[in-house]
Write a protein that binds this ligand. Sequence first.
Ligand code: SF4
Ligand code: SF4
Length: 351
Amino acid sequence: MEYDLDATVVKEKAKALGADLVGVVSAKTLNDFPPDPKWPQTPERISENTKSVIVIAKRIPAGAFRAKSNIPVQYIDMLVLRSMDRSAYKLTEWLENEGHPSFVTAAQETDWAYKNASYGRLSTRHLGIEAGLGTFGLEVNILTPEFGPRVYLTGVLTEATIEADQRITEQVCIGESCSRCLYSCPTDAVRHFGIDKRACATEAQEFGFTTILQFWGHFVKQPAEIQRKLLTDRELFGFWQGLLRVVGSFGDCPRCLAVCPVGNDYHAHLSDIQKVIPEKTPEKVEKAKGFKLARKNGDHIDGLTEWNERWVGPDGYQGMVARQLQAFKKEQREKEEAAANAVSEDQGTTI
Ligand code: SF4
Ligand code: SF4
């Protein structure tokens, strides 16, 4: 098949514009496989002219996950999103200059007409998986082999035909025998390749839309004296910070991202500091054991139906993280040996 644009050229361009990972998926695939067919988050609902979606991912620097509190991650998330949007916009400009009408979607937007929760016009996690960038984790974040779940993604919709990438069919997530995301979750929101969005939102969107509604719903029913007191409430300041810097309105809880052992950024910078999970409880350990047993027994699991398995990795976990860790350690050893040799050569020259 003849394509309008060479996929290699498009990916090089996206990387030059700041993307850390890039993949391509055809609009047809996304239209044929909506995450939830009852509420299709598909390109054709946005534009029938879209032929391909270029998915770009930007990594969250690992350093913020080493801080004492969640606040540095919350701020850096916003910077990553801004930077990612800028890269996507520049790519859109380039595509149009090449003669192909294109536009970028808002990664963090919610379609009000959809389910009663935060569902965007497209699901960026599913875009990434369909474009071959990763597979679902137990907590249904996308896990990329390079950076685990510590990424943000967006999609550029274009009328150009571009060769699509293959999906990763091997499960990137270690699965039930790991369950570190489940152990770390402060609201116990992690399901079996699923998530309790409402429970997650109480931590991840501390000053999000629901909290704002609750606050003002309560406020309007109070007598004037209580209302005056409520105006000095910490929550109001949280809403202000959310408007100002997005902090608090989403992505507030980074725990399941911080502890996931997938990705060389984890091996290099997080394995020491995140090894022990203080939130782990005997109840959560039992829950993980139940998940393991259910999978072994072939029980019905909502997150692993024939439809959903596509995004989890139909071939199951085959040791990707162990292989990655071995390769990472080998590379580290080689670097150390090369550095030691350079020092001894240098000393030999000096002598
Ligand atoms: S973001 Fe926080 S609350 Fe939500 S699933 Fe992850 S660890 Fe749990
Ligand atoms: S922490 Fe473990 S179980 Fe959870 S998503 Fe990462 S690899 Fe999968």
